[in-house]
Design a protein around this ligand. Sequence first.
Ligand code: C5P
Length: 293
Amino acid sequence: MCPVRDGADRVSIRTPCKLNLFLEVTGKRPDGYHDLDMIMEAIDICDTIVVARDAPGIALTTDRPDIPTDRSNIIVKAAELFFAATGIAPRARFHLEKRVPVGGGLGGGSANGIGALFALMALYDAPLPDEEQFRIACALGSDVPFFLHGGLARCRGRGEIIAPLGSGAPRRFAVLVPPFGLGTAAVYASLEFPLTSPRRLGTISSRSVEERIRSGALFFNRLEDPAVKLRPELGALMRRAREVGVDAHLTGSGACLFAVVSSDFDRSHGGLVARALEGVAEVSIAGNLPAWG
Ligand code: C5P
């Protein structure tokens, strides 16, 4: 994720999203959150944020009328935290072009938060120390700290204990986007304890994760069952995808699904898959992204 300067008073940044290649819940916490063990990878379906400093205050517009533009938006929250941390008088007018599905488990909003922070640090030439960036990321949400690094990473705790695994080998994913989203809190709330057959990753390295991705053994998501319980259409979508050779898994708390596909997927059977899923999901092809931090 790299901010690009456009004159003295404007910066733009493309903010990507992520897939959860592995997600296990390791416990329920007293604060209401869940302890997790996840392998996340950044992929190149991107939003664009442009920020200018031509007026006092913090303002946000978007091309998606259903996205809030008030203080509940993570971009505005990130800006408030940036100005509080630097002591700079707030001047930030943002525009967000949204391309990442909302309520999809792709972390597009979380990436917007880090994108806004990176863009402001570039716009004001005011880099914050790593610890301060991390503190702001944690305050913005559980999946946000991952976007300080990108690439491939193991994320534990609420999601904030990050062990970067560098940049994954180049690969392509089919991302299946159903016409509905799922609320993260609702999916966690429908998780039934005790969990059956807990999955343990044990000690891992970049190499062992790559091997498990290649063999398909890594892919698991504990939130798949509660998500399907909330939205039985998701189960039907998974079965239909499997019938056309796409072994799709849930990312995050859903509702998007993903599968690793071959580099010639578009030419070989992309059309067939898109036709088979017509009306139940849109198919996007995305590559993984190298680490940036
Ligand atoms: O931190 P964030 O705002 O992204 O979390 C949204 C919701 O997802 C939380 O309110 C909580 O219900 C659930 N959650 C959880 N355990 C996590 C992360 C999220 O229970 N580790």
